[in-house]
Design a protein. Structure first.
Lengths: 91, 270
């Protein structure tokens, strides 16, 4: 596809998602209380979109991933939250 | 249009979903064993579940002329309980001869624990011992990268495993290259929030090769769409892909992988 064709197909969808994201940050700012590591992880990933490097989706996914390589001793639960909280105390 | 749903948890779906899938062109549905949303209390629960997958569910699909196949295992969410997992591994062989069983799956990891790794290795051994195809679940979200690496290490360490007989599912942009580069098949899962959207799935298909990839909905009891594969075909049409290219991705590719098991037979003319 040409860039024009990509814009024709996907611009409105990207615009909508961008405004949703902006509204999310507004909502977080208006809310009271402390945030957690997920907000910082999202802000860090957002900065990757300013890069002139290709494969931005891959870069965002990598930035939100657990980079460690060893299995952990015990499952803390069954679910995942979408961002890596950082190094945990050794089990 | 024709397509195959290679990964759908139909025990969690309504009969209306079967009707909608067949109306959209579904020619076969394949159901890996998975987590019920709660932990089963003993091996008897798995025995009943395997009976459901190999007896009741094929009959329900057959009411719509839809061939139903399945994969057997204890899923990684419950394999943290090693004693239970060993009990379940012990009953799987007696189900492997059932006519709709394609292989062992969806095995893999969830939180990347030592116990999960141990049971993954036991499943890989079971599949190798019985000459079964393998379907692998990779973890969710922040755990996917690490889990995919660990899973590849386990599979590559067993010389009996032919990568061409293993599909590693739920790949995303940060994992798909290493899966395909290692010679394994890659599955892309279409979910409303997590995993991938139709647009990203087609991006990966265009970027990372078009031969050993399949698409699936992994529809289950959570937010998911049993029609997401045909909807992705529509996305491909919007980008100008030919009917032949779409057919290769959503019908021929899954048929080629699962056709390695001679039990995978479609209705004449599908």
């Amino acid at each position: 596809m040409t860039r024009q064709e990509v814009l024709d197909l996907y611009f409105m969808d990207a615009r909508s998602k961008l405004i949703d994201l902006a509204a999310f940050f507004d909502r977080v700012e208006r809310a009271s209380g402390e945030s957690d590591f997920r907000l910082a992880a999202l802000e860090q990933a957002l900065a990757l979109l300013h890069s002139d490097q290709p494969q931005k989706a891959k870069a965002v996914l990598l930035s939100l991933s657990d980079p460690t390589t060893e299995p952990i001793a015990k499952a803390p639960g069954k679910g995942a939250c979408g961002a890596w909280p950082g190094a945990q105390p050794a089990a | 249009m024709r397509y195959i749903e290679p990964h759908g948890h139909m025990v969690s779906r309504t009969t209306d979903d079967y009707e909608a899938m067949v109306t959209a062109g579904c020619a076969a549905v394949c159901e890996p064993a998975f987590w019920a949303g709660f932990d089963r209390s003993g091996v008897e629960g798995f025995h009943d579940y395997f009976c459901q997958l190999t007896d009741y569910e094929p009959k329900r699909a057959a009411r719509f002329g839809l061939p139903h196949f399945c994969w057997l295992c204890i899923n990684p969410k419950e394999s943290e309980d090693v004693a239970l997992a060993e009990d379940v591994l012990g009953i799987i062989p007696k189900f492997l001869d059932r006519p709709n069983v394609l292989g062992i799956g969806e095995i893999g990891l969830n939180k990347n624990t030592r116990n999960e790794m141990q049971i993954l290795e036991r499943h890989v051994d079971l599949a190798a011992t019985h000459g079964q195809l393998i379907l692998v679940h990779t973890p969710h979200l922040e755990d996917k990268l690490k889990g995919t690496r660990l899973i590849l290490d386990v599979l590559k360490a067993d010389s009996r495993i032919d990568p061409g007989r293993v599909i590693i599912d739920h790949c995303e942009e940060h994992t798909i290259e290493r899966v395909l580069d290692a010679g394994f098949w890659a599955g892309i899962t279409l979910y409303p929030e997590s995993k991938t959207t139709p647009a990203r799935a087609v991006d990966m298909y265009e970027l990372y090769g078009q031969s050993n990839i399949w698409l699936n909905s992994a529809c289950d009891w959570g937010r998911s769409d049993p029609l997401s594969v045909p909807k992705t075909a529509l996305e491909m049409r919007r980008r100008g892909h030919s009917a032949a290219t779409i057919d290769r991705l959503i019908f021929q590719n899954p048929a080629r992988f699962m056709g390695q098991n001679p039990r995978f037979q479609l209705r004449e003319g599908a």
